[in-house]
Write a protein that binds this ligand. Structure first.
Ligand code: AHR
Length: 528
């Protein structure tokens, strides 16, 4: 046989091989869901947001001012309020972050023209007009139908300053501060759902030792009151203490050990930890646009460390609080990447792609699985900062893929976690090994079963076959979020590149069958 003949035979056998193993063929995955085994609640506060005075998070983000041509209600953008109401945002953390430990609340109340201009030395050294303060934040909270999570200044403030702030916000009795709030247009006391005592006190919050922080924590606890009569009893304000933003647990142990021996004079309800997805570490080098599939896999690998991070903190907390009275509060999380070229790097402005939608679903699923201890979380941050829900540019606004994940997960808020058994399989990207799928399920108050499935693999659809016991399901419907590439984004010019679309699913004899698209987030409701 000459070389041409050999080439022909090789070509024919390759064709046979290729046609018998079609690329991108669907794979199978089997899920078992026992709806009678409802476990802990997926606390709605896991879907909390974070709005720091940073970059364009507040100014030009939420706040455009009353005289702006951008449609607003008392200075707050109407388009954003409409979009955020859809998310049923359970709480918003404000004013920081690192900014909270340099914030002096008195500078941003009262007549706008009398508020002093100050420097935002935490983020970019820009001039802060202080036009957005306590009353504007509370107005925003009421407009979007959420609850306030206020972080008080432990770094450069004092227990007295914080106590007076709480009195200004919550007093119902006719004190000078209550009268001042009324004179500023708000006779009724505000509700403050959560109070954070410091932020990253081991770093930007004052570089404290754990023991020093504990002594501050006791003072702030002892002398700050929520005076709103409507917040006595079950609606009382929950206090959240600082814990680490690193996996080591010495700080957690020191704070929890103090808590174990606390007396009547102080207490706290939650421990704040921060854990970001930072592929490649610091300084941030991962781009938020135009990245490779290898970068995608590297980012997801990095985000899955959240599970181990939480486990380490939980083991430390269990030693001092086996009854899990103190909640673990992940009040900063998200994919943190290099700032967009040409922007102030201190403003932490980045784009948000399909990768971030998948990153969000993986984190939310981890939180749900840790729901007996993790009862609150706040993605960083709500608008124009890090992994945002919304990006704005003057009058323009775009909803990000992460926004749509939060919208699809609304039915999981306060639903009861139902275990799902499945073999996650493996998605191999170069040397990076990841689970091929992830899934959670939950039942809500009306008895519906909700199932979320994430397909991490960027190439292959997965044929799902799920048997459901403990609930006679009759029909299924749902939505999938995907796009052509892992780095597809929504832009002001093309806002609908990554939006949820209806997906078909079949139910027959108590089994659900459906195909989930590659690189997708899918939420299905299973109706009895
Ligand atoms: O979210 C941005 C910053 O990250 C916060 O201000 C700080 O708490 C954290 O280090």
């Amino acid at each position: 046989m000459n070389f041409g003949g050999i080439r022909l035979v090789l070509c024919i056998s390759l064709l046979v091989l290729v046609s018998s193993v079609p690329l991108r063929s669907a794979e199978d995955a089997h899920l078992s869901i026992d709806a009678s085994k409802a476990e802990v609640k997926i606390d709605r506060n896991l879907f909390g947001q974070f709005a720091e005075n940073l970059g364009h998070g507040l100014y030009d983000g939420i706040w455009v001012g009353k005289d702006s041509p951008i449609p607003n209600t008392r200075g707050i953008r109407n388009d954003e309020v409409t979009a955020l109401r859809e998310l049923k945002v359970p709480n918003v953390r404000w004013p920081g972050g690192c900014f909270a430990d340099q914030y002096h609340w008195r500078k941003s109340i009262g007549a706008a023209e009398q508020r002093p201009a100050t420097l935002n030395s935490a983020w970019g050294g820009v001039v802060d007009t202080n036009s957005f303060g306590t009353d504007e934040f509370m107005d925003f909270i009421q407009q979007i139908g959420s609850r306030a999570y206020v972080s008080v200044n432990v770094g450069s403030g004092s227990p007295q300053e914080a106590a007076e702030w709480l009195e200004y916000m919550t007093a119902a009795a006719p004190t000078a501060l209550e009268k001042e709030r009324a004179a500023n247009g708000h006779p009724d006391p505000y509700k403050v759902g959560f109070m954070g005592i410091g932020n990253e006190s081991w770093s930007c919050g004052g570089d404290m030792t754990a023991d020093y922080y504990v002594s501050q924590l006791k003072l702030y606890n002892r002398f700050i009151e929520n005076d709103n009569p409507a917040q006595r009893g079950p609606n009382q304000m929950l206090k959240i203490a600082v814990s680490p933003g690193f996996p080591e647990t010495e700080w957690t142990e020191a704070v929890m050990k103090a808590w174990q021996h606390h007396d009547w004079s102080w207490n706290f309800d939650g421990l704040s930890v921060h854990w970001y997805t930072t592929p490649g570490g610091w300084p941030l080098s991962m781009p938020s646009t135009d990245f490779s599939v290898d970068d995608y896999a590297k980012t997801l690998k990095n985000t899955l460390f959240m599970d181990e991070f939480l486990r380490k903190q939980e083991i430390a907390m269990d030693k001092y609080d086996p009854q899990k009275k103190v909640a673990l509060v992940v009040d900063e999380w998200g994919g943190s990447y290099k700032a967009l070229p040409g922007t102030n790097k201190d403003f932490l402005l980045q784009q948000n792609s399909l990768r971030d939608a998948i990153l969000a679903s993986l984190n939310l699923n981890i939180f749900a699985r840790h729901g007996d201890r993790v009862r609150m979380a706040n993605i960083a941050q709500m608008i124009n900062v890090i992994q945002a829900m919304i990006l704005t540019d003057k009058e323009k606004m775009v909803l990000t893929p992460t926004y749509y994940v939060f919208k699809m997960y609304v039915p999981f808020q306060d639903a009861t976690f139902v275990p799902v058994a499945f073999d996650a399989g493996t998605y191999l990207q170069g040397s990076i090994s990841l689970p091929r799928i992830d899934a959670i399920a939950a039942r809500n108050a009306s008895g519906k079963l909700w199932l979320e499935i994430t397909n991490l693999g960027p190439e292959k659809p997965i044929d799902i076959d799920a048997d459901v016991t403990g609930l006679a399901i009759k029909s299924a419907m749902g939505q999938t979020l995907t796009a052509s590439q892992v780095d597809t984004i929504n832009t002001f010019a093309a806002p609908n590149s990554v939006v949820p679309k209806p997906v078909s699913a079949n139910v027959h004899g108590g089994r659900l069958t459906m195909t989930v698209q590659p690189k997708s987030v899918t939420v299905i409701s299973l109706e009895p």
